[in-house]
Ligand binder design. Structure first.
Ligand SMILES: Cc1ncc(COP(=O)(O)O)c(C=O)c1O
Length: 442
């Protein structure tokens, strides 16, 4: 980590920050760990807390820090842009924003060409659904159980996990299809003899719970918050064909899976489907707030009303995004995500063989992997085990490893390091995980 000039932050200890957090923030802003961790500085994958303890980051700010903390290339672009021009809003076109839009249109699949910029994944999904509704003239939308779309009223209505829904469904017309969650198949079937019935059921859902036409099918290629639920390879072709037959478009939510995370630019590439609308956020600008909705020209052209997002396309965030994408290309992070992802997966499967009782499932793609913890897989008892997950969390923290958590029951480890991770980092994380499983009594 680089030496830096002391700031007012240096007068506070971790205990001070935790106390102020408890006093002044909504209690619902949940922190990880029995004693929340106050992170103060970082470089690459290495972080330090306010008390000087070091950590290896395998969650990257919930998959936002795609090219490493304090990345020199991105930070130089941010500083240069900050010094050059204050915020001007979307009322004026700027260089960073048109450069970013052009780039996104060249790296996204199929006919995706026109961008709308906002500041969060929630807003990108909101924009996508609105565009699908305007374009198709229908309002009903198919989303997926266990999916996560954010925290606005619409995004909470799209989200299908009770713990993330503060209020009852507010937006009518959202229909939730069965999740392609093979480990806990909602139909009690087994892949591949199931014939991917969960996808085929979308036809029955549309015919019985909508007017027979829909605006869209919105889904994540891998359900991140849902616990890295990874659909079988045929899933999207079947689901999207049905939705198109009933007038809808496919909105692919790449907020987590985008930007090389899964070993390709986009998660949907593994499924060989091209969406009409794609949303992205998180890893786009290495942690600066920006999101995008990109769609076909016909869909973009269908919006005739005025629309503005004051901070959408913020020129500093856009400059960060341009530099982040440039860094990904120059360092071929797509290949690194595939290679290190395979190494990580192999190691996690080794741990599954070593701790077969508690590790029920290992799944994911590239550098987006999940480990589902259950009561006793060897005895066929797949009851979710959030207690073991919480114990493991404390043990990994004690060994200086940060990972994430997800799933409806809070029993899935989410492992997603920045894409600049090295083989040595992967091995270190696996060995810390191994020690943590042993210490947690797995
Ligand atoms: C797939 C997906 N979509 C949308 C969102 C919402 O993004 P944000 O929290 O930036 O509003 C998230 C956030 O985790 C997400 O994982």
């Amino acid at each position: 980590m680089v030496p830096r000039t002391p700031t007012h932050q240096d007068s506070l200890t971790s205990a001070d920050v935790r106390a102020k957090h408890r006093e002044y923030l909504f209690p619902a802003v949940a922190n990880y760990y029995r004693e929340p961790l106050v992170l103060a500085e970082g470089k690459g994958l290495r972080l330090k807390d306010l008390d000087g303890r070091e950590y290896l980051d395998f969650f990257g700010g919930i998959l936002t820090v795609s090219v490493g903390h304090a990345n020199d290339h991105v930070n130089a672009a941010v500083k240069a842009q900050l010094d050059r021009l204050g915020h001007v809003s979307t009322l004026y076109p700027t260089v960073p924003i048109v450069q970013l839009a052009e780039k996104l249109s060249s790296i996204t699949p199929g006919q995706l060409r026109k961008c709308y910029f906002t500041s969060s994944g929630t807003e990108a999904d909101e924009t996508a659904v609105m565009m699908a509704q305007v374009y198709t003239g229908s309002t009903e939308v198919v989303a997926l159980r266990h999916g996560y779309s954010g925290r606005s009223m619409l995004a909470q209505s799209l989200t299908a996990q009770a713990p993330w829904r503060a209020v009852p469904t507010q937006v009518a017309g959202v229909k939730h299809a069965l999740a392609p969650y093979c480990y806990r198949c909602p139909l009690g079937l087994t892949y591949p003899s199931c014939g991917v019935r969960c996808a085929r059921d979308i036809e029955e859902l549309i015919r019985t719970t909508t007017q027979g036409r829909v605006a869209a099918f919105l889904a994540e290629p891998i359900q991140g918050v849902g616990g890295v639920v990874t659909p079988p390879k045929e899933y999207f072709q079947i689901a999207v064909e049905i939705v198109r037959r009933y007038g809808g478009v496919f909105i692919c939510d790449e907020v987590q899976t985008g930007f090389c995370r899964t070993g390709t630019w986009w998660g949907c590439e593994a499924y060989d489907v091209e969406p009409e609308i794609m949303t992205m956020a998180k890893g786009i600008a290495n942690g600066l707030p920006i999101s995008a909705t990109i769609c076909t020209p016909a869909i973009a052209d269908s919006l005739k009303s005025l629309t503005i997002s004051t901070f959408g396309g913020n020129r500093v965030s856009a400059a960060a995004a341009n530099a982040t994408i440039e860094f990904m290309e120059t360092h071929d992070l797509k290949t690194n995500a595939a290679r290190q992802g395979a190494r990580l997966r192999e190691g996690l499967e080794r741990l599954q063989r070593k701790y077969p009782r508690v590790i029920g499932d290992v799944r994911g793609m590239g550098l987006m992997q999940g480990v589902e913890l259950v009561v006793d897989e060897t005895a066929g008892n797949r009851t979710p085990n959030p207690e073991a997950t919480a114990r493991l969390f404390e043990e990994t923290k004690a060994r200086g490893l940060l990972v994430g958590k997800g799933g409806l029951y809070g029993n899935v480890l989410r492992i997603a390091p920045p894409l600049v991770v090295t083989p040595a980092d992967v091995d270190e994380a696996l060995s810390k995980l191994d020690e943590s499983f042993a210490a947690a009594g797995a």
